[in-house]
Design a protein around this ligand. Structure first.
Ligand SMILES: Cc1ncc(COP(=O)(O)O)c(C=O)c1O
Length: 390
């Protein structure tokens, strides 16, 4: 039998990542040192009280049933967290868990859009922002994030023709991959604009706890009227290093939440109870670990961005996220993929080609701040010694 798969699968060829991975393995097999600054998985562990809560719950046989719904204590913990951290008051109907924001962003378009309806997605942007809506057969309408607009969407430049068919817009700051934050004034303009244009805002807020130089990480729901038009993804992956446990939340407009719950009740039977208990411990736990971790990311950012600048590569300081972003040196043109391959071969430093985040990422690279300062310093030295930067 000849197997014929869906055409959409052609969009998911592994392509460059497979090639980079093979190259990395080849270097390792040769005994070379590889500085893997490509993948955005935190290298920090979750706090002890989080692991303990999960392990204790995992010892109890009754916790192996389908959970079907979020525990009331979990919902209460999200309410407490948002009140304490963002000064946002949530009601239980305004909260649902997801298997990490990634899963939520993958599926939310299915609950919001009919095929052919438009979704505004950032360019450059985190890949699932485009992949999710395209799985719902929505029409992707990229909006450009440009230096002249301080990497914010140009709302005034979007005319009615462009917005005619738009159902929702994905917005995300602090922004992966470009490492920019948005001022409060941007959100204060966005919400009334979205209300006027009848466009739902889906805000992905994975990095509000990783912001630098005294900036404030906020929830979009702290902006007046946000709940009328907006939902926000909140993740435990980066603030609490609960990454592999797959736990995040969608919070905000209760009709959007109820509608999305209906869809997800067809897909899953709830989150494993021990994972819920670990999340409860995380959300009710102290904040000092989160702050200390942010300070450590900032030291890594300084080592990477400052270090690369000191060897002649102008990488601007990230404002937030666990990444750094910059244009490749001019002499390499815009072929970020060829540059990443050559950089890995000559220095052992592995980063992510910017073009994997959209057309405006071309000619750029993203580094993940997932190694201790000393190793980042060694990576910077390796870049210098490769002779690729002058
Ligand atoms: C912007 C952004 N959103 C969502 C995710 C996925 O997060 P989660 O682990 O909650 O699925 C990531 C992971 O790197 C991310 O960078």
């Amino acid at each position: 039998m000849e197997l014929k798969f869906a055409d959409r699968m052609k969009e998911f060829e592994e392509g460059i990542f497979q090639v980079l991975n093979e190259k990395k393995n080849e270097l390792l097999a040769q005994g070379r040192t590889v500085y893997n600054l490509s993948v955005g998985t935190p290298d920090f562990p979750p706090a002890g009280h989080i692991i303990e809560a999960l392990v204790e719950a995992a010892k109890k046989p009754e916790n192996y049933k389908y959970s079907l719904a979020d525990l009331p204590e979990l919902t209460e913990s999200v309410i407490n967290r948002f009140r304490k951290r963002y000064k946002v008051i949530l009601e239980p109907e305004e909260i649902m868990s997801v298997y990490g924001s990634q899963e939520g962003i993958t599926h939310i378009g299915l609950s919001l859009c009919d095929p052919g309806e438009g979704v505004l997605v950032p360019n450059p942007g985190y890949p699932i922002f485009a992949i999710g809506p395209s799985l719902a057969n929505a029409e992707l309408i990229p909006y450009d994030l440009l230096p002249e607009n301080d990497y914010l969407p140009d709302l005034d430049g979007m005319d009615d023709e462009m917005l005619e068919n738009v159902k929702f817009m994905i917005v995300s700051y602090p922004m992966n991959p470009i490492c920019k934050t948005a001022p409060k004034s941007f959100y204060e303009k966005l919400i009334p604009w979205a209300k006027r244009k009848n466009i739902i805002i889906v805000h992905d807020n994975a990095y509000s706890d990783i912001v630098y130089d005294g900036r404030e990480g906020i929830s979009i729901l702290s902006i007046p009227d946000a709940k009328e038009v907006c939902v926000e993804f909140y993740s435990l992956s980066k603030s609490y290093n609960y990454t592999g446990a797959r736990m995040g939340f969608l919070v905000g407009n209760k009709e959007i939440i109820a509608n999305f719950k209906k869809l997800r009740s067809q897909i899953d039977y709830g989150t494993f109870f021990p994972v819920q208990y670990g999340a409860i411990a995380a959300l009710n736990g102290p904040d000092d670990m989160i702050k200390a971790q942010c300070a450590e990311y900032q030291r890594r950012r300084d080592a990477l961005c400052g270090g690369l600048r000191s060897v002649g590569w102008d990488i601007k300081d990230s404002e937030g996220t666990m990444f750094a972003w910059g244009a490749i040196p001019e002499k390499y043109g815009t072929d970020d993929v060829a540059f990443v391959m050559e950089l890995m071969e000559r220095s052992g430093v592995l980063c992510t080609p910017g073009s994997s985040f959209g057309s405006l990422g071309k000619g750029h690279v993203r580094f993940a701040l997932t190694m201790p300062v000393e190793q980042i310093q060694a990576a910077v030295k390796a870049v210098k010694e490769s002779g690729m930067i002058e």
